[in-house]
Design a protein around this ligand. Structure first.
Ligand code: C2E
Ligand code: MG
Ligand code: MG
Length: 617
């Protein structure tokens, strides 16, 4: 049991003690299970209802953990028992607080939840300062702790201190690690990661209008030559000098970072509530500062008696024009600086804004995202372009199904724009199956609605021919839709046949075996060898519209004439694409083309318009 032998009464204000307490960085921290567990353990071991961990600075007693929430929070230090406990190195035990003249009138002794018993062990740090207490309290009078109890409470207090020290060491390590990542070791400036986080905090805040940010990325030229010629000690020295020079030109509202080996970034934040931040203020700042920094790099550097002349280029970007988030802005700055470098071949050029490449990338990414969703939801439409019989009154024999991508604003995106992207993203497989299935359903509908023996043509992407089970899948879908595969011509472009010829030829055989006629699309534009083509199981040759549009007087006319001969000798039927005029029509018909397709007869139509046309024939 303690005798009250306090240290000097101003012990609570002792700067060394306070420093030891603040070093632990625990005041006002969130509750932590490690400390709660110790108070629970103390409460059980001593069979007392209340166990607490207190920390005391010069003004208040703050509770880190308490088994009873009524004892959480804080109190003025002068009104506590623990102020005496920390002044002594031993346990302070007060069996009955009402017996102690210092506390008998205190509110915690006379109040509703009055306390009678108190035992507190000081929390002694490794520097020997008592920064807090581990306390046991009860609302009834208890006997003093025996020797074993005193030792046990001291040991538990040591565990509390060890836990605080461990926690503080972990925090310290975390901070050091963060600093290593967020700070550039050579110059002490913010690193790329550091400025990224900083910008994220600025731009990601809850403010209604985020601040505007202008950034200048400065790239040093010729540093590589210095490195190769003089080694890293010299080039590092130049970089440090450079950092200092730029730092000296910086104002207090500017941020400076070293992004990578040879680049620095200066950013200025224009708060959204500053009305003067109009376009010209921001641009004037960036322009002046970029010139200033480029000029300051132009001054020679002297290291160990050698003089070095470097150069710099600067890329300038600003939010929100060039990027709305931290990543976007830094990417735009990289791009602007690369573009300045490219234009300047390393000398003093300033590039405003990104060069446009990132805009294209961003556009492509957003198109990709939308295309994926559209494929998932089947948000496409088919247009049908009638195919007419040139040798028989130009009546329609069927239609080619052509995919369209309807947009929210009512416009349509054509296949030339999104098929290549769908192929790149592997979306062409589900998209191709959607087209096939929809075309089959349309065909059955036309046949039922018109009573005519029509066919439809469906385009296959070369990539769809990579699917070894394609024939099986398409046949299954045609059967499910109630149409005969003989009525569905699959159009395959010549270019699809150039690669992996043997594999593709096997697949074409499989498609014809299940009944699909094949059309060789855009014929004449690819570079496939005729000797190979003649062995493939095509039944229609579609001559590309470039030759048709050239007919009857241009050089393409000879191609149109000779391809029909080729078709005849291979026993294929010839179809001319892109017939737009009477002259085209007369020429193709005269040359013996069986089928024709083109704006002269109809543009691609929606399903209802196609049926109406057939019914009107
Ligand atoms: P394609 O298979 O050669 O289709 C014919 C294209 O020529 C169509 O363009 C059609 O609108 C256009 N056309 C038809 N008649 C005329 C004419 O008289 N004059 C002119 N100037 N053009 C005419 P579209 O619909 O833009 O399709 C372009 C290409 O996209 C198609 O060429 C085809 O290769 C591909 N495509 C269309 N739909 C699909 C599809 O569902 N799957 C796949 N894989 N590709 C498709
Ligand atoms: Mg086609
Ligand atoms: Mg074609």
């Amino acid at each position: 049991m303690s005798n009250l032998a306090p240290k000097a009464s101003d012990y609570l204000n002792d700067p060394a003690r306070l420093e030891a307490l603040y070093r632990l960085d625990i005041l006002d921290s969130e509750p932590e299970e490690a400390f709660d567990a110790i108070t629970r353990l103390a409460s059980t071991l001593f069979d007392v209802p209340i166990a607490t961990i207190h920390l005391l600075d010069d003004e208040r007693q703050w509770v880190k953990a308490a088994t009873d929430s009524a004892h959480a929070g804080e109190a003025p230090v002068q009104e506590t028992v623990c102020q005496y406990t920390v002044r002594d190195d031993e346990v302070l035990v007060i069996p009955d607080l009402t017996d102690d003249p210092r506390f008998r009138d205190a509110e915690f002794v006379t109040g509703e939840k009055a306390l009678r018993f108190y035992a507190g062990a000081p929390l002694r740090t490794r520097e020997g300062h008592n920064v807090g207490t581990l306390c046991l309290m009860d609302r009834r009078v208890r006997p003093p702790l025996d020797g074993k109890g005193l030792r046990l409470l001291c040991q538990l207090a040591e565990v509390v201190v060890d836990t605080m020290e461990l926690r503080s060491a972990q925090d310290q390590a975390r901070r050091t690690l963060l600093r290593a990542v967020e700070e550039d070791a050579l110059t002490g400036l913010m690193s790329r990661r550091g400025i990224l986080l900083h910008l994220q905090r600025l731009l990601g805040s809850e403010m209604e209008t985020p601040p505007e940010i202008a950034m200048i990325k400065v790239r040093l030229g010729r540093l590589g030559q210095v490195l190769r010629g003089y080694g890293s000690a010299v080039s590092n020295q130049i970089l440090q000098d450079m950092a200092e020079r730029i730092q000296e030109t910086c104002h207090s509202d500017e941020l400076l970072a070293r992004l990578d080996e040879t680049t620095f970034l200066i950013a200025r934040v224009f708060p959204s509530d500053v009305t003067s931040t109009d376009e010209s203020t921001l641009e004037a700042w960036a322009d002046a500062r970029a010139r200033e920094v480029v000029a300051c790099v132009d001054e020679p550097f002297t290291v160990d008696g050698d003089t070095f002349h470097l150069s710099a280029t600067a890329g300038v970007v600003r939010s929100p024009r060039d990027g709305v988030d931290a990543y976007g802005l830094l990417d735009a700055a990289d791009e602007a600086s690369a573009s300045a470098e490219h234009r300047a071949a390393g000398r003093g050029i300033i590039q405003w804004g990104a060069s446009g490449e990132s805009g294209k990338h961003r556009h492509k990414l957003s198109l990709e995202r939308r295309l994926r969703t559209a494929v998932d939801r089947g948000e496409f439409a088919l247009a049908y372009q009638p195919i007419v019989d040139l040798q028989n009154d130009y009546s329609s024999v069927g239609a080619e199904a052509l995919i369209r991508w309807p947009q929210d604003d009512g416009s349509m995106i054509g296949p030339d724009l999104f098929i290549p992207l769908a192929e790149e993203l592997g979306l062409i497989h589900p998209m191709g199956l959607w087209v096939f299935e929809t075309a089959c359903e349309a065909l059955r509908h036309w046949q039922e609605a018109t009573g005519r023996d029509l066919w439809t043509s469906v385009n296959l992407s070369p990539l769809q021919l990579h699917d070894p089970r394609l024939a099986e899948r398409l046949a299954g879908m045609a059967t499910a839709a109630g149409v005969n595969p003989r009525q569905i011509k699959l159009e395959i472009t010549e270019s699809a046949l150039i690669e992996r010829f043997d594999e593709v030829s096997g697949l074409l055989d499989a498609l014809t075996e299940v009944g699909f006629p094949l059309a060789l699309d855009d014929f004449g534009t690819g570079h496939s060898s005729l000797s190979r083509l003649i062995n493939l199981p095509f039944s229609i040759l579609k001559v590309d519209r470039v030759f048709v549009s050239d007919s009857p007087h241009g050089p393409g006319a000879a191609v149109v004439a000779s391809l029909v001969e080729l078709a005849r000798s291979l026993r294929l039927e010839a179809l001319g694409e892109g017939i737009e005029s009477e002259a085209h029509e007369t020429f193709l018909r005269g040359n013996g083309y069986r089928f024709g397709q083109g704006y002269r007869y109809a543009r691609p139509l929606d399903g209802d318009a196609f049926v109406a046309r057939i019914q009107g024939e």
